[in-house]
Design a protein around this ligand. Structure first.
Ligand SMILES: Cc1cc2nc3c(=O)[nH]c(=O)nc-3n(C[C@H](O)[C@H](O)[C@H](O)COP(=O)(O)OP(=O)(O)OC[C@H]3O[C@@H](n4cnc5c(N)ncnc54)[C@H](O)[C@@H]3O)c2cc1C
Length: 654
């Protein structure tokens, strides 16, 4: 395979039909991360049926980062950064659970692939170095990744670098599966503009190049985008510049320059999600600190002395819940039940756009409660009174959040700890106030220890049922388009938290005094007199922390208006529609970009977090009818049909 970015990946395959009058169709995909890789897999799977039995086409991939992993999953990043999904929960391949029209093409999950790598490595060692590599065969990995793959279990959290190698392999395999003769060009460039008439060929302009790429169809898989700072961030940056402070605005943490955060100095960190975990890792182990097990088995952090002191807070004041550390045994929760295709149809058929809190959330709450109690009754019957069938019938009749529901649950579930309380889950620190900072630290450590224990104890398996119901809800929500930020935050807090071992490390860092918690409703202000940032929280009234550095530990909001992506901004300027919070509007059926009149563009498609169908950001879990697979399949099929129609027209004209 050619490493030269602008050279065809398959130079040795001439077009199969030199006599054809019609040139092969040309497709440009901008962004070559996981989403684009998944789309190529689906194009390859669907091409034999939909695009002239084996006819080749030309595919241009544009991304400054290597195709397969793209920017987030690039190979050259710190080996300390992990995925936050277990290896058995990550797959790039469809299975029979996926509702799609195209063929299923089975393939390994990350965990299975690592096993194959291990096996292939052993075979290679036996046979020596003269083996021929096929696209199907797992690659030979550099020694440190081979060692990681060898030790990886289904329940491990792989490094981002190992995931990068998996994605690269999936990419190469998918490219090899494209119709014979297809030429793939990799351009390590940034695309800045798409032009062209609605009913004609499109031009994709690359930064620093005078001639555009010309395409029959364009797909934007731009992923997570950098944003221009909003007014608050601009003011904080200006304040920092004026007082010679450090302010790191929201950005992809692996790209942040954290060298300005000095040893021993306090740093205020806003955000306790996954960006916080990355920051914590880079500033502790990344600066030479190490973990050891104490005599009692407790994890102990041995500082290098080069760490700053992180004062971390957020609206909730607690880190995201740990990933659940056990598998489901027995029956899966039978969802969707209260929030499925029929309920979404009903919401869509209303004349006005549904209001999330009023129209959608009650259905979601009912679905989550259903999954929770179904599991409690079926897996832990000793903790309930009565039969599931009787409870189920009454539950179905109770409006969500109603006093009737409270009465029903109180009668059937004696221990309040076994009842699902979504408000308390969302605001775990809403009530308590602490007399001093140290009391808060102890309480927070207690909270994290309890969470870790609970998330690894199958006695709490209704949590897992709620998690599975959350995934189901996520899948349904795609059809409603952008439904606002609160839901995404709530989902991430419950379902997309850090690996358990990361929370164990956080506890050790807290005990070592390297991380200190600020509490709930953390606010940050600037003090022009003292020339510092100041953080306080509702949890410890009257207590404030001053620091000369402030880090916003979160990703930038993916909005069209403030995106740094010139391409996205120009598209919007040229008439593409955006949702109220500024995501690119696409048709739910096949991800075609919509104009402001709601018309789908015949030749432009967009997939991923910068669109209003972003409800499918994470990697697919096997056997979960993953939304990303459904979208990729539908989009690949629409694209291939579009190319077929164009080539038929061209043949007639010729
Ligand atoms: C730090 C981080 C960690 C994550 N960890 C996990 C995890 O552990 N498990 C999980 O399930 N999900 C995780 N996610 C969710 C994430 O959404 C997916 O893993 C995945 O990366 C999304 O794929 P994508 O291709 O849509 O976007 P991206 O991965 O962002 O890829 C988009 C690509 O488009 C390119 N691009 C953008 N604009 C242009 C342009 N104008 N011209 C050319 N190229 C362009 C970028 O360079 C990039 O390579 C994580 C996300 C982040 C940000």
């Amino acid at each position: 395979m050619s490493a030269n970015p602008d050279h065809p990946v398959h130079p040795d395959h001439p077009f199969r039909s030199p006599a054809a009058v019609v040139p092969p169709a040309t497709v440009v995909i901008v962004g070559a991360g996981p989403r684009a890789t998944g789309l190529i897999e689906r194009i390859a799977a669907n091409a034999p049926e939909l695009y002239g039995d084996g006819a080749p086409f030309e595919l241009h991939l544009v991304d400054p980062h290597p195709p397969g992993g793209g920017r987030i999953w690039r190979p050259d990043q710190s080996p300390l950064l992990w995925m936050n999904s277990m290896a058995e929960d990550v797959t790039m391949f469809t299975d029979e659970s996926v509702e799609r029209e195209g063929p299923i093409r089975p393939g390994p999950s990350l965990a299975e692939w690592a096993r194959e790598v291990r096996g292939a490595h052993e075979v290679r060692e036996v046979r020596g170095a003269h083996e021929v590599r096929g696209a199907e065969r797992p690659p030979a990995l550099p020694p440190e990744l081979a060692a990681e793959a060898a030790a990886l279990t289904g329940r491990s959290f792989a490094t981002r670098r190992l995931q990068s190698a998996y994605l690269r392999w999936v990419y190469e395999r998918s490219v090899a599966d494209l119709p014979p003769g297809t030429i793939v060009h990799e351009h390590r460039d940034r695309a800045v503009r798409v032009t062209g008439p609605r009913d004609g060929r499109q031009q994709v302009w690359l930064e620093g190049r005078t001639a555009p790429l010309t395409a029959d169809a364009v797909i934007l898989a731009l992923g997570h985008l950098d944003a221009e700072p909003d007014a608050e961030q601009r003011a904080l940056t200006a304040f920092a510049a004026e007082h010679r402070l450090v302010h790191l605005p929201p950005e992809f943490t692996a790209d942040s320059d954290v060298s300005a955060l000095r040893p021993g100095e306090p740093v205020i960190v806003r955000g306790l999600g996954l960006a916080f975990v990355d920051l914590m890792v880079l500033l502790t182990e990344g600066r030479g600190g190490r973990y050891e097990r104490g005599p009692d088995g407790e994890l102990v952090y041995r500082p290098s002395g080069r760490e700053p002191v992180l004062y971390a807070g957020s609206r909730r004041g607690v880190p995201y819940h740990a990933k659940i550390g056990y598998s489901l045994s027995g029956e899966r929760p039978p969802v969707p039940r209260f929030f499925g295709p029929a309920e979404v149809d009903a919401l869509l058929s209303r004349p006005a756009r549904p209001d999330f809190r009023r129209d959608v959330w009650p259905l979601i709450a009912k679905e989550l409660g259903f999954a929770h109690y179904h599991r409690l009754f079926t897996a832990h019957p000793e903790r309930v009174a009565g039969e599931w069938s009787a409870f189920e019938e009454k539950y179905a009749a109770c409006p969500p959040g109603s006093p009737d529901l409270d009465v029903l649950v109180a009668a059937a579930v004696p221990d309040p700890a076994d009842r699902l309380d979504l408000d308390t889950l969302d605001h775990p620190l809403a009530g308590p106030r602490f007399g001093d900072h140290e009391a808060l630290q102890q309480a927070l450590r207690g909270h994290i220890e309890a969470d870790l224990a609970r998330r690894h104890d199958p006695a709490h398996s209704p949590d897992l049922a709620v998690f599975l119901a959350l995934l189901s809800v996520y899948g349904q929500l795609i059809r409603l388009g952008d439904i606002g930020g609160w839901w995404h935050g709530f989902f991430s807090f419950l379902a997309s938290g850090p690996p358990g071992p990361r929370l164990e490390q956080l506890l050790a860092l807290s005990r070592a005094g390297v991380v200190r918690f600020l509490g709930a409703e953390t606010t940050v202000t600037t003090d022009p007199v003292r020339g510092v940032f100041r953080a306080s929280s509702a949890s410890v009234p009257g207590h404030a922390v001053e620091a000369r550095a402030l880090v916003e530990a979160r990703l930038p909001e993916p909005t069209v208006d403030r995106s740094r992506d010139t391409l996205l901004r120009s598209l919007h300027r040229d008439g593409a529609a955006a949702t109220p919070v500024g995501l690119l509007a696409v048709s739910p059926a096949d991800a075609r970009i919509l104009d402001r009149a709601g018309r789908p563009h015949p030749r432009r498609f967009a997939l991923g977090p910068h669109t209003d169908a972003r409800a499918s950001g994470a990697f697919a879990r096997p056997r979960t009818n993953a939304p990303a697979f459904r979208q990729n399949d539908a989009t690949a099929r629409a694209l291939l049909r579009c190319l077929r129609e164009l080539s038929c027209r061209a043949t007639v004209t010729a």
